[in-house]
Write a protein of this length. Structure first.
Length: 222
């Protein structure tokens, strides 16, 4: 499944990107830097980056958490949405990814607004519990742990705070009944559990935005 907005119509994508201009020179450089350093090319799509910025801005978030930093592309989008008074706590297991992100945050002029925590997120998240409650949690790391990240978010968001989670259509596999590998099966089952708890677990009012990748949006209600 390609990282595109609203379908597979190239003309439509070109139209949307030419009008809304999701990627400025700084984000383009961030994307290219990650590619040069050999990072996987799995950052959010251009329009999804703009969704992150505008949704962050819409909810007036000032304190956000990101799980899965990669090269900093989505982190820059979220931090722009937070505005100059905002703070982003971002979590990344891979040292090279984190170093690359730090360079891009510095180039973007927002390094002082961002704390990068390195290590498996489930071992690291407790370090920011003291800064709760948060306004926004963006989940975009290892899919098998999405349910646990959601549990952490439910306990550390303010009421009215928002979870955004990428890839919640599992590259089109979310409704499949057989899988090409055990890894795919584990990821899909975890993403299904994540969506089910977000939708029916009682603590969130939720929807799944049909972006290229599927972006679950869950608002904490209790
Ligand atoms: N949000 C990024 C893309 C993240 S890709 C963007 O759009 O720019 C997923 C990232 O999660 C990768 O960098 C990967 O190294 C990281 N990751 C995988 N498992 C992790 C874990 N257990 N804890 C923290 N980060 C993890
Ligand atoms: C892939 C894409 C993602 O957005 C992600 O978070 C992890 C993996 C992928 O295409 O493999
Ligand atoms: Mg993703």
């Amino acid at each position: 499944m390609k990282k595109i907005f609203g379908g597979t119509e190239t003309k439509v994508v070109q139209y949307v990107e030419s009008v809304f201009q999701p990627e400025d020179a700084c984000l383009k450089e961030t994307r290219e830097r990650a590619e040069l350093k050999g990072l996987p090319i799995i950052q959010v799509g251009k329009m999804d980056g703009l969704h992150l910025e505008t949704l962050t801005r819409a909810i007036g978030a000032k304190k956000a958490v990101e799980i899965g930093t990669l090269g900093g592309y989505s982190g820059i989008c979220i931090t722009r949405g937070l505005g100059p008074e905002g703070k982003l706590y971002t979590f990344e297991v891979d040292q090279t990814h984190a170093d690359t992100a730090r360079e891009s945050f510095k180039k973007a002029g927002i390094l002082d607004q961002i704390e990068i925590h390195i290590g498996p997120a489930l071992d690291q998240l407790h370090k920011i519990n003291k800064n709760a409650p948060f306004d926004l949690v963006f989940i975009d790391a290892d899919k098998v742990n999405y349910p646990q990240y959601l549990k952490w978010a439910a306990d550390h968001l303010k009421i009215g705070g928002v979870v955004l989670a990428d890839n919640t259509l599992a590259w089109g596999m979310i409704a499949d009944s057989s899988f090409g590998s055990i890894e795919d099966e584990r990821a899909v089952k975890a993403l299904r559990e994540f969506n089910l708890v977000a939708a029916q677990g009682g603590r969130f009012r939720s929807t799944l935005l049909p972006t290229g990748e599927g972006l679950t949006l869950a608002i904490k209600i209790r």
